[in-house]
Design a protein around this ligand. Sequence first.
Ligand code: NDP
Length: 401
Amino acid sequence: MSKVIIVGAGGVGRVVAFKCAQAKEVFTEIILASRTKEKCDNIAADIQRQYGLSIKTDQVDADHVEEVVRLFKKHEPQLVINVALPYQDLSIMDACLQQGVHYLDTANYEPPDEAKFEYSWQWAYQDRFKNAGLIAVLGCGFDPGVTGVFTCHAAKQHFDEIHYLDIVDCNAGDHGKPFATNFNPEINIREITQNGQYYENGNWIQTKPHEIGKVLNYPNIGPRQSYLIYHEELESLVKNFPSIKRARFWMTFGEEYLTHLRVIQNIGMASIEPIEYEGKKIIPLQFLKAVLPDPGDLGESYEGETSIGCRVKGLKDGLEKTYYIYNNCKHQDAFHETGTQAVSFTTGVPAMIGAKMVLTGKWSGAGVFNVEEFDPDPFLDDLKTYGLPWHELENVDLEFE
Ligand code: NDP
């Protein structure tokens, strides 16, 4: 008997709820709660139609610890899957400590007034979770998430020492809209308009946004212009795999997308500084989110696929070798199964699997953990079972010096 609460009913929350319903032998009771209960009810109705399974729904504003505590008291879950926004991470973690609930999320905490990601705020909960005998699993989506599990698998099975790690994230999909983001527009635009950053020989090197670009070839997709950006899993991976000399993250962006982004920035719409508008304080980026397409609605017309993986170089038995592990996911397949596109799908499936690992005891411990600290094998088996098959290539050209 395992009761799970999912907080957040966006594109990712929808996929998590669908996937938990598919694993009902583990998630014997599912509650979906979010700020707008109607969105939870819509997802619950779709699950009822598709699987004949009834899940509960509730309303919560997870910005407030006491509201999350109230929710936990009412439903008494073993674990919460937090797929609301990164702003709610700490309030939900605080409520977990008060009510003795295990915690899992897909994105690290960000203060609303500062576009900055780092794990320090959540790692600071280590002793409190440890003393409470609770587990907090951080960053269990695809990237972060599967990329950490892939790196751990590479370290365990394929290398004695990892020296170079390049995480490559390609979305070769076309949703037919001039401009839209694939997950929450506010979080997404904050992420990709930041300076780039990568790790080399013990130092973090800063770059200007999209200053470093390179054409990379993705399996089944072909060449795509890819840009070096900063991504949160780099911070935990270089800590947990100290043999790494260089770690970078690359993401594809089309010219059209970057042009829109430049305009949005140039006219001040990416700003998170509050402004006065008709007697009311508004944040331009939040206003922009309200007029952009909802990422959860992009699925129907979305063609093409994503390809995300880790390109690794290092030593095995004294010899240098290269290794590439990746997953490709088609937007249309994701839509047919869950009613949303591949970016939400590739995030929601690993979140459900991480929760399943905790509830079945395959991932255990007390404290705050990043996914690469656990056994990757049962997680990788489940990725194949639940719709994200992965592939490996050895001694191939990684396209990096
Ligand atoms: P959406 O914006 O589509 O959904 C967010 C949901 O959270 C909405 O239902 C929203 O409610 C709800 N929410 C927001 N604030 C609160 C609050 N204070 N209390 C309760 N609920 C709240 O986002 P996505 O589904 O696209 O993304 C969800 C998360 O997944 C994000 O944190 C994102 O960063 C992360 N992510 C991680 C990835 C990875 O690979 N690791 C990749 C993609 C996303 P309402 O409807 O009322 O606004």
